[in-house]
Design a protein around this ligand. Sequence first.
Ligand SMILES: [Mg+2]
Length: 254
Amino acid sequence: MSQPPPRQPPPAAGEPLDAQPTQERAGVAVGVILDIDGTLVDTNYQHTIAWGRAFSDHGVDVALWRIHRHNGMGGDQLVAAVAGDDVEERLGDAIRESEGRHYGELIDEVRPLPGGRDLLTALRGMGCPVVLASSAKPEEVERYVDLLDAREVVDGWTTGGDVDRTKPHPDLIATAAERLPDTPGVVVIGDTAWDAEAAGRAGFTSIGVLSGGFGAQELRDAGCVEIFTDAADLAEHLESALEAVRAAPAAANG
Ligand SMILES: [Mg+2]
């Protein structure tokens, strides 16, 4: 493993990314595609409850743990994955409409996860450009960006509204990658196996966090090269995590 190049001290939080000269950043920075739900904001259980109520509204009986296992998929994927193609065909749009309503009743409870914003500022400090990539609805993503006070510390974001197929299809990751400036590598950070699977399909390495309720082994099995407890833990160990990413094959699970 090669030695990491010397690093400049990070800029103060809020200082523009351009404050670090591009040349100094080029050797160490990788582009980061960062999931939001369950990674930066604590939403997975509210989404699980909202989906559970939505299925129930339409007479579909689904255990909540099965829904939780499918957090990370957008609504376009989740209904069929949880309840089957027949339910998707007959009731998919109605269930999604119900979920939006139920989630809207819970969204005021949503808080940033520990270290959510710290991770964004630490990545900026390392000179890593960041695009947020979420399967969530555009208005939800806008709300989370504000909740994290992230507008000035990320390079952009994508939502479920930007693609026809959300995770685990690679479309959202590929769209986010197009919004990143050129970097020597790209890493996807997320809390679910679907993030890692989408990353692998797009040809990128991934890092997992446990804050969404997925287990470490299932994240590893899906292709994550490093696992951290949450965004705070990752922010604290960011330099070694990015070293591991640089040392990993381009697509860990190809
Ligand atoms: Mg997530």
